[in-house]
Each structure stands twice: as structure tokens, then as C-alpha cells.
Design a protein around this ligand. Structure first.
Ligand SMILES: NC(=O)c1ccc[n+]([C@@H]2O[C@H](COP(=O)([O-])OP(=O)(O)OC[C@H]3O[C@@H](n4cnc5c(N)ncnc54)[C@H](O)[C@@H]3O)[C@@H](O)[C@H]2O)c1
Ligand SMILES: CCCCC[C@H](O)/C=C/C=C\C/C=C\C/C=C\CCCC(=O)O
Length: 520
């Protein structure tokens, strides 16, 4: 076959496959589409011819680009998808590897034949032509070395069976290219959610094999694939990139902006799918409180729902270092590893300035320091997140509860400062602060729901009226609304330093601009 013929076949191949688009929409499943590409008579002829030629860099580049484009088209991946993901998700070989495979098969056929004239010619080539970069034998010697395969000489002396040779070549190529692309994708931040253990050249990723070839399944696969490869465009991003022309509303539920948190955790339209997926996940929880009666009641409730072994309670006073550290020790002993700490203990006692500051401020600082010690990668932990519970009263003055306000302001400043420690990245730590407005909990109803009751300690009748007025004006969060904010803080892993408010009128909002960002 001459070079011009080869170029012609390449053109044919391009027109054959270029419009193939998303598999399934053209009646073919993914495997058939891919098989058609790699086994097309033209493709084979193309590789067969090119295994002899010395390819210039520009020919290599264009053949790579051409092959990658087809693989991308089959998987409906956008052009910005990382090369490693295009190959590994389909388990496909590069065009270079396809050519090497044919080179090595051709080499085997000549060195294992019993025609003495051919074998003599091989010997002559090995003596005369090994320095000639353009010679087939020089090139194939390089290919053997590249894949850690036996040299031409040892192959000649002890040729394995054809089957064994084919298998060795296949394994060597798969190993080499899997390692090559895994190294490449390691540096891509868009691919952090891609499970490396499922990526292997020669095997198709479950995102494709778990689907049927119906058009709707294939389209679902395309969305999953884009989520996996960080190339899915959420409506909120479309909104941003279009300068506000496109809506940011989720098309599935139509009620909230669509971003990754909404899609994975919150969208009501995906609740059923999420339930099925999350039912196997379990959280191990250690509750602690100074009030052991209430603590044990909560423990019982949690054990009934989540299983006896998954929950524990330790009585503790957060103002006492040893008592507080004991919680960390006990939880570590029972669960092995700690990854989330919520500093939630708090009280409203305007008549007791020292107690308020000890619990609301010092207790939270102590809890953050203990968390840093017990979770930190540098001291034997696996890293994690600290959520400190402040209040909207930690962001705005309230004249009738200045001590509570002082204690809650201190938490915001403290958390933001700790979050800026440059060592956090190495330690795998992030620190966040949740600031709910009035919320329907025992703290709230004990003191404020019954207008006939005495004002809470430290409040005059006048001040209580003022507070009730503010409560009426701003509204009262449900616990579920605050939990939604709390879960967002936990799940969004680049929100180190975030200060989030949850209010009845405005829902979840970040304060103080974009948090200092780093991923765990
Ligand atoms: N309810 C609201 O309107 C509201 C609004 C914003 C912020 N917050 C904050 O949310 C957090 C939780 O409050 P809540 O509303 O659930 O009230 P809550 O009274 O139900 O919970 C506070 C818990 O802290 C415990 N506690 C108090 N002192 C302690 C100590 N020394 N050691 C250990 N535990 C101690 C209490 O026993 C209680 O169980 C508090 O920090 C509070 O300031 C509450
Ligand atoms: C009432 C008993 C418990 C109160 C604890 C809580 O932490 C206290 C909060 C006190 C005041 C909140 C201060 C101001 C409210 C400001 C904004 C909230 C609503 C904003 C909005 O509606 O936009």
C-alpha cells in the first residue's frame, strides 16, 4: 500500500466515523461503535501501513487528535474533557498503541516462521540496520523496550506460543497506557471524583457497562459521564458564563439554583435516586452534653433509628479541658477515626457573663483546638472539618443581649482566623462557622414562646418585648432549615473559612465574601 492510498483511507475513515455522535442515537451500543472504529477494515489498513513508516511529529499529533475525537464522540464527551478520561473511561488504546500492537504481531510472525531465508534476512537486518531510526527492526526494538517485553534476540531464540505472545503484548500495552493516563489525570482538578480503581485500559468503566443501549439510558450515561469528568455544565454555571442571560434555575425541580450541591444533595426531583444510593452509607455519631438526662434520651432515639453500635453518648462539660478531651478519646477508641466536629454547646444567660463566655466562646475554642489535634493528618488523623455554631447575633449587634453577642462574635473571628492557617492544607483541615437566626429549638421555646412567662435571666420586661418584636419581624427557622445549611457546609469541600447564615427570609447565605478556598 502506498502513502497516498493510506491518506485516502484515512479520509474515508474520518467521514465514516466523524458523524457517529452519541452511541445509541445511531442504533449502536458503545462497544459496537468502538469496535467498528478499531476494527474497521480501513482502520486496520491504516495501522498496518503506518507501522512501517516513520511518522513525523505532526502526523502523530493529527492521528492522535483524530482518534481521540472519535472516542470522545462515542461517549458524548465535550472537547474540554481531559485526554486521560477519554481513554480510561472507554478503556481504549491510543492510536500509537494500536500501531505498536500490529508491529509486535508482525515481528512475531517473522521471527517465529520456519522459512530460513526470512530468518537470514532478519539476522542481516539486526546486524546492519539497528542504527537506522527508520528501519522496522530499530523501531520495533524501541517498542519492545518501551513495554518491558523480551528483546528481538530472545524472542528469536525462544519464541513463545502465538497465544502467549498475544496475551503478553496485550497485558504490557494495557499496563503501560493505564499507568500513563492515570499519571496524567492525577493533575486534573476536574477529575477528583473519578474513582481511580475503576480505570483500566482494556475495561470499560461501569458508567457505560451498567446501562442498556436505549436512547434514554445512553443520554443518562452521557450526563453521568460529564459529572464524573467534571465537564457537566450546571445551570448556575450557564447563568454565570452567559452573563446572566440564561436562567440558573434547576430544570428538574424549577425551585432552586442548580449547582453540584443542589444536584447531589438537595434537588427534590432526585430524592428517590438519592435515597437508593445513600441507604448504604452510615454515619458514626458521638453525642456529648453536660445534660446527661437529655443526652441519653437522644442516644436512645438515635440508636433506634441508626443502630446501637453507630451512636454513643459521653457526658461532658465543654468548659473543662479534661472532660472535653475525654469525649475525643472515647470516640476515637470506639470509632477509630474522627472526621467531623461540631461545636454546638451554647447558652443564653445575660445574667452570667463568665459562664456565657466560658461555654459559648472558650468552649468552642477548646473544641476547635482538640479537633485540630485529633483529626489533623500531621498528628495521626485523616483530616476533616470543624463546624462552629455561632449565630446571626455573632454578626450584628443586639442591644439587649450584649454578652451573648460578644461570645458569638468571638466565634466568627476565631474560626475565620484559624481557617487561614497555611498549615491547614497539609493537615487536611477546614474550619467553618454556621450562624442561624432564631430557630425553633429548646433554647428558643424555653425562653420566648410563652409571653406570660417571666423574662429570661438578665432581661427586663422591656427587653423581652424588644426581642419578641425582633422575633416576629425576622421569623423563626425550623431545625430542618438550619440542618440544610449545616449539611451544605459539610459537603462543599472547598469552603474553608466559610461563614454561613440561615434566616427565615433569605435562607442560606455566605457572609464575608468567598471563603478561603482549598480542597481536602
Ligand atoms: N435556637 C436559636 O434560636 C439559636 C439561634 C442561633 C444560634 N443558636 C446556637 O445554637 C447552638 C445550639 O442551641 P440550641 O438552640 O439547640 O439550644 P439547646 O439549649 O437546645 O442546646 C444547647 C445545648 O448545649 C448544652 N450545654 C450547655 N452548656 C454546656 C456545657 N458547659 N457543656 C456541654 N454542653 C453544654 C445544653 O445542655 C444544651 O443541650 C447554641 O450554640 C446556640 O447559641 C441557637
Ligand atoms: C431567642 C432565644 C435564642 C436566641 C439565640 C440566637 O442565637 C439569637 C439570635 C438573636 C438575635 C439575632 C439577631 C438579629 C437577627 C438578625 C437577622 C435575622 C434575620 C435577618 C432577615 O430576616 O433578613
Amino acid at each position: 500500500m502506498c502513502k497516498s492510498h493510506t491518506h485516502h483511507t484515512v479520509q474515508l475513515l474520518v467521514s465514516y466515523t466523524q458523524e457517529s455522535g452519541l452511541h445509541g442515537t445511531n442504533g449502536l451500543n458503545l462497544q459496537t461503535s468502538y469496535k467498528n472504529l478499531s476494527e474497521l477494515r480501513h482502520s486496520t489498513a491504516f495501522c498496518m501501513a503506518w507501522r512501517f513508516y516513520h511518522l513525523t511529529r505532526s502526523k502523530w499529533t493529527s492521528s492522535h487528535a483524530f482518534h481521540k475525537k472519535n472516542l470522545r464522540n462515542f461517549q458524548s464527551m465535550p472537547a474540554r474533557t481531559a485526554t486521560g478520561a477519554v481513554y480510561l473511561i472507554l478503556g481504549a488504546l491510543t492510536i500509537e498503541a494500536e500501531i505498536h500492537k500490529r508491529q509486535l504481531s508482525f515481528l512475531y510472525n517473522i521471527v517465529s516462521c520456519d522459512n530460513s531465508t526470512i530468518l537470514d534476512l532478519v539476522d542481516r537486518q539486526l546486524i546492519m540496520n539497528m542504527d537506522n531510526q527508520q528501519s522496522f527492526f530499530c523501531k520495533v526494538a524501541g517498542t519492545l523496550a518501551m513495554y518491558d517485553l523480551p528483546s528481538i534476540d530472545s524472542l528469536k531464540q525462544q519464541p513463545p506460543s502465538k497465544l502467549k505472545w498475544k496475551l503478553s503484548v496485550k497485558m504490557a500495552l494495557q499496563k503501560y497506557w493505564t499507568k500513563f493516563f492515570l499519571e496524567e489525570i492525577e493533575s486534573k482538578t476536574t477529575l477528583v471524583h473519578l474513582d481511580r480503581t475503576l480505570l483500566k485500559i482494556g475495561s470499560v468503566h461501569p458508567v457505560w457497562t451498567s446501562l442498556s443501549s436505549t436512547i434514554s439510558d445512553v443520554k443518562k450515561g452521557a450526563v453521568k459521564n460529564r459529572l464524573l469528568t467534571g465537564t457537566y455544565l450546571f445551570e448556575s454555571n450557564k447563568h454565570k458564563f452567559s452573563g446572566g442571560k440564561e436562567s440558573s434555575l434547576c430544570r428538574l425541580c424549577g425551585t432552586s439554583n442548580e449547582d453540584i450541591t443542589h444536584f447531589l444533595l438537595l434537588c427534590p426531583a432526585l430524592h428517590q435516586q438519592r435515597k437508593a444510593l445513600f441507604s448504604n452509607l452510615k454515619a458514626l455519631v458521638c453525642l456529648c452534653d453536660i445534660d446527661s438526662e437529655e443526652g441519653l434520651k437522644t442516644l436512645k432515639r438515635f440508636q433506634t433509628t441508626f443502630g446501637n453500635e453507630n451512636v454513643m453518648f459521653v457526658k461532658c462539660d465543654v468548659t473543662d479541658h479534661d472532660s472535653f478531651e475525654n469525649v475525643f478519646k472515647q470516640a476515637k477508641r470506639k470509632f477509630g477515626v474522627l472526621d467531623i466536629v461540631v461545636n454546638n454547646a451554647g447558652l443564653l444567660a445575660e445574667d452570667n457573663m463568665r459562664k456565657t463566655m466560658m461555654v459559648n466562646s472558650i468552649g468552642v475554642i477548646e473544641g476547635t483546638q482538640l479537633a485540630t489535634h485529633y483529626l489533623n493528618k500531621e498528628s495521626g488523623g485523616q483530616g476533616g472539618v470543624v463546624v462552629n455554631i455561632s449565630s446571626t447575633a455573632g454578626l450584628t449587634p443586639v442591644f439587649y443581649m450584649p454578652i451573648y453577642v460578644a461570645s458569638k462574635y468571638s466565634i466568627v473571628g476565631y474560626t475565620r482566623s484559624v481557617s487561614q492557617n497555611p498549615a491547614n492544607k497539609e493537615r487536611g483541615m477546614r474550619y467553618t462557622c454556621l450562624c442561624p437566626a432564631f430557630t425553633d429549638t429548646t433554647m428558643f421555646d424555653k425562653k420566648w414562646s410563652d409571653e406570660g412567662e417571666e423574662p429570661p435571666p438578665g432581661f427586663s420586661e422591656e427587653e423581652k418585648k424588644g426581642a419578641l418584636h425582633l422575633i416576629e419581624a425576622t421569623g423563626v427557622n425550623t431545625v430542618e432549615e438550619v440542618v440544610k445549611g449545616f449539611m451544605t457546609l459539610l459537603e462543599v469541600d472547598d469552603n474553608n473559612g466559610a461563614v454561613m447564615t440561615v434566616t427565615k427570609k433569605h435562607g442560606i447565605q455566605y457572609r464575608h465574601g468567598k471563603p478561603l478556598s482549598h480542597k481536602l
